[in-house]
Design a protein around this ligand. Structure first.
Ligand SMILES: [Zn+2]
Ligand SMILES: [Zn+2]
Ligand SMILES: [Zn+2]
Length: 318
């Protein structure tokens, strides 16, 4: 019979109620939420979170939580303690399809004003009701009324390479999120993440970069992305580049394809302009840092990925 300390809690034969491992993980999860709320000055009075309110609470504060996260991990808290010889020399961004979840199929219901891009249509981010393609708010809508517009999110200019790497053209299921877009320093520390709706489109990746340019305390001048050719053409488009201080900042970055995906970039323009092997500054940069870090994070639901990223950074910086 078991006789180690605490064994009586795990033994159901003596009519003790067993401590369920899910209660334990929930308690840990709530504890990290309260810690983050305090640390990022969101709310320092939370003492108790009802289990059925966690999701709603996180959704309500998600923007502030990510801002706090990005500020913390781009600050001297990271750089003063990082043992990596090339700490924070470059940012690597990557989209992950694994973290997909179902979202409502309603289109044209939410718009975001962007100084750099004008009015941008965003899909509805809510979960569809059971047996429906729409969320509670949009369940009366018919699919034909809200067909996704034939999105012309990029100009011909961006599409003028021979590389088949533009993700908007890949197979996509309209009513799913494309998962997450993550940003990682080359030393492996995560500095930001966004959920993308529809697909990993240039527009959404661009908006994420503008967000990072605003929020990060340190944004190096080197950037790697697997579809760098289309992204770079989108960013340096002269009409777009002059829109704000952030679009100007992005246009001045050195942008390359990450080393692993460069073989797919067959176009001469890419070979000349986004080649990670001919740019001396990328010589010692691990451009796969994002891919490696996110194989782990992408397995989790978006709502808890903030906690997972937090944990992953702590493990990585030890
Ligand atoms: Zn570092
Ligand atoms: Zn909806
Ligand atoms: Zn290319």
């Amino acid at each position: 019979m078991m006789n180690f300390w605490g064994s009586e809690w795990m033994d159901s034969s003596n009519s003790t109620e067993i401590l369920d491992r899910r209660r334990l993980s929930e308690a840990w999860y709530k504890k990290t939420i309260i810690e983050m709320f305090t640390e990022y000055n969101i709310d320092d009075k939370i003492e108790f979170i009802k289990s059925d309110k966690i999701e709603a609470l996180l959704v309500f504060h998600v923007e502030k939580l990510w801002k706090g996260f990005s500020k913390k991990w781009s600050s001297s808290f990271h750089t003063d303690n990082c043992k990596h010889t090339e700490c924070s020399k470059a940012i690597i961004i990557d989209g992950h399809m694994k973290g997909t979840r179902s979202v409502c199929a309603a289109r044209g219901v939410q718009y975001v004003e962007s100084k750099e891009l004008g009015t941008v249509e965003m899909g509805c981010w809510k979960m569809p009701c059971k047996g429906s393609m729409y969320c509670q708010d949009h369940k009366n809508l018919q699919m034909q009324d809200h067909k996704a517009p034939v999105a012309k999110e990029y100009d011909n200019e961006e599409d003028s390479t021979d590389c088949k790497t533009l993700k908007e053209k890949g197979p996509l299921i309209k009513c799913k999120t494309a998962g997450i877009c993550a940003s990682v320093y080359n030393c492996g520390i995560i500095n930001g993440m966004k959920e993308l709706y529809g697909c990993e489109s240039l527009t959404q990746v661009y908006m994420f970069l503008v967000w990072l340019a605003k929020e990060l305390l340190h944004f190096p001048n080197l950037l790697a992305y697997d579809d760098a050719c289309h992204l770079k053409k989108f960013i340096i488009n002269p009409l777009r580049a002059i829109k704000s201080q952030y679009s100007q900042f992005l246009a001045a970055l050195r942008i390359v394809v990450d080393k692993m995906h460069f073989a797919n970039h067959v176009d001469k323009w890419c070979r000349r302009n986004v080649n990670p092997y001919t740019d001396e500054q990328f010589k010692n940069i691990n451009t796969e840092a994002c891919e490696q870090t996110f194989q782990f994070v992408a397995k989790y639901k978006y709502s808890i990925q903030l906690n997972i990223c937090h944990m992953e950074n702590i493990i990585c910086s030890c």
